[in-house]
Design a protein around this ligand. Structure first.
Ligand code: UGA
Length: 437
């Protein structure tokens, strides 16, 4: 099939490459010339494991191209809209400028029978509004909402092997013509048994925000338990292991630590609350305010713990922050708790050095006032304390015996609870985890 993908960021670039991998002829369209140039040269404009290899592989087949020209969408049967929906400045609501602009620019190139497929995370009600807009100009085109559940760091495999497909169509009917067309796009995954659910527009939009809100709630739940464990002298990691063995609860997303960040969870729960307010259902989501508050409290708590670890004052203390990305296997620093903690420590008088295997360029753009060090060996030298804030494998694998020769004081705060406390203590370190004795 000929497919266009509008918006080539984290979502669109991966989606375009994966659709080409599935055998479709794909054109990726983005307003950003630099991004288009990079992708055209088979270079990923951000770090995502496996993406660059996939781009090279599919570009050699001639099935994938990128352009800034929206006219290239003409002739595609399916148009995926993958642009960003960031948080509005100074407000909780989602900013739909890019979605609206993408659809408006696309409309002149639509033909009868075309299907516009929204993948961006949008407030409920957006799909029905956009569907009317599309059909006012091209009555025989359709709009489907097909939310995406990929995780950064696993984006390629999540796109090629998703857990489920959700199609939001106007009348929630299996017989809607867009359903058959999308089935053709995803034929490979569907034939291997991936479930597919057809529903109406608002339900499909809500599936995405509900899923992210649930994940955020799960993380804040365990972080609230961490607060309690600290107060009671208990260990939240053992608690998570034990409650996670109940299938109904599950161990995934029960890792207590410095909390969630990134370009999705924080802004999605806020946009969800804002939208609920507009719909007169704000009470239903007031708990998300608490989820957000617990999450933000983690950052303050880590700064306090770092102060304790350094003997009661941060002034002039040399602190090395291991990790800047919001999670490992990503160079994304949007709302990164690690980076926000690093900046707070610096503001409170510490001399902070930040290191990360992939995210330093993005981090330096976001917080130019922090000191960055590419080599983790150089970063830890003469440190008064280490803070492990993003659990990259290379930090999990650090040898406490070797490391103790490099630092000034063997003190470590494990912000992700991934180190073996007993091993670090045996090597002479003062070890602090979060919600652990
Ligand atoms: C999230 C969802 O997991 C995806 O399903 C969704 O498609 C995506 O948002 C999106 O809306 O586009 P992502 O932002 O890539 O994916 O990151 P997650 O893996 O969900 O992690 C989010 C944050 O939670 C990270 O900062 C991570 O360190 C933190 N986290 C995760 C914890 O603190 N504890 C955990 O147990 C798990």
């Amino acid at each position: 099939m000929r497919i266009s993908v509008i918006g080539c960021g984290y979502l669109g670039a991966v989606h375009a490459a994966c659709m080409a991998k599935l055998g479709h002829e794909v054109v990726g369209i983005d307003v950003d010339k630099r991004k288009v140039a990079e992708l055209s040269a088979a270079r990923a404009p951000f770090y995502e494991p496996g993406l660059e290899e996939l781009l090279s592989e599919v570009q050699e087949t001639g099935r994938l191209s990128f352009t800034t020209d929206m006219a290239a969408a003409r002739g595609s049967a399916i148009h995926f809209v993958c642009v960003g929906t960031p948080q509005k400045k100074g407000e909780n609501a989602a900013d739909l400028t890019y979605v609206d602009a993408a659809i408006t620019a696309l409309i002149p190139y639509l033909a009868a029978g075309d299907v516009v497929v929204g993948k961006s995370t949008v407030p409920v009600g957006t799909a029905s509004r956009l569907s009317e807009l599309v059909q006012s100009e091209e009555p025989d085109a359709h709009l489907v909402w097909n939310p995406e559940f990929l995780r950064e760091g696993h984006a390629v495999s999540d796109t090629l092997h998703p857990d489920r497909f959700v199609y939001g169509v106007q009348d929630a009917s299996e017989d809607h013509p867009a359903v058959a067309l999308l089935d053709e796009v995803y034929a490979v995954s569907l034939s291997s048994g991936t479930p597919r659910l057809v529903m109406d527009h608002p339900t499909a939009e809500l599936v995405k925000t509900a899923a992210n809100s649930f994940l955020a709630t799960k993380i804040s739940f365990i972080n609230a338990m961490a607060e309690l464990c600290e107060a009671a002298g208990a260990d939240v990691t053992r608690l998570a292991d034990a409650i996670g063995m109940d299938d109904r609860i599950g161990r995934k997303f029960l890792n207590a630590g410095i909390g969630f960040g990134g370009g999705c969870l924080p802004k999605d729960i806020r946009a969800f609350m804002a939208r609920a307010g507009e719909l007169g259902a704000d009470q239903a989501l007031t708990f998300l305010r608490e989820v957000d508050a617990i999450n933000m409290r983690r950052r303050t708590r880590v700064v306090e713990l770092a102060r304790e670890l350094c003997g009661g004052s941060l002034l002039g203390k040399r602190i090395t922050v291991l990790g800047a990305a919001f999670k490992p296997e990503s160079d994304d620093v949007r709302d990164s708790p690690a980076l926000s903690i690093a900046a707070q420590l610096q503001l409170q008088g510490a001399v902070v050095t930040v290191t990360d295997p992939k995210a330093l360029d993005n981090a330096a753009r976001r917080f130019p006032e922090l000191h960055y060090e590419t080599s983790s060996e150089a970063a830890v030298e003469n440190a008064d304390a280490l803070l492990l804030l993003t659990e990259w494998q290379e930090y999990r694998d650090l040898d406490p015996y070797e490391l103790s020769n490099a630092v000034s004081f063997p003190r470590i705060l494990d912000g992700r609870n991934v180190l073996d406390a007993a091993k670090w203590r045996a090597a002479g370190w003062t070890y602090r985890g979060l919600g652990r004795p």
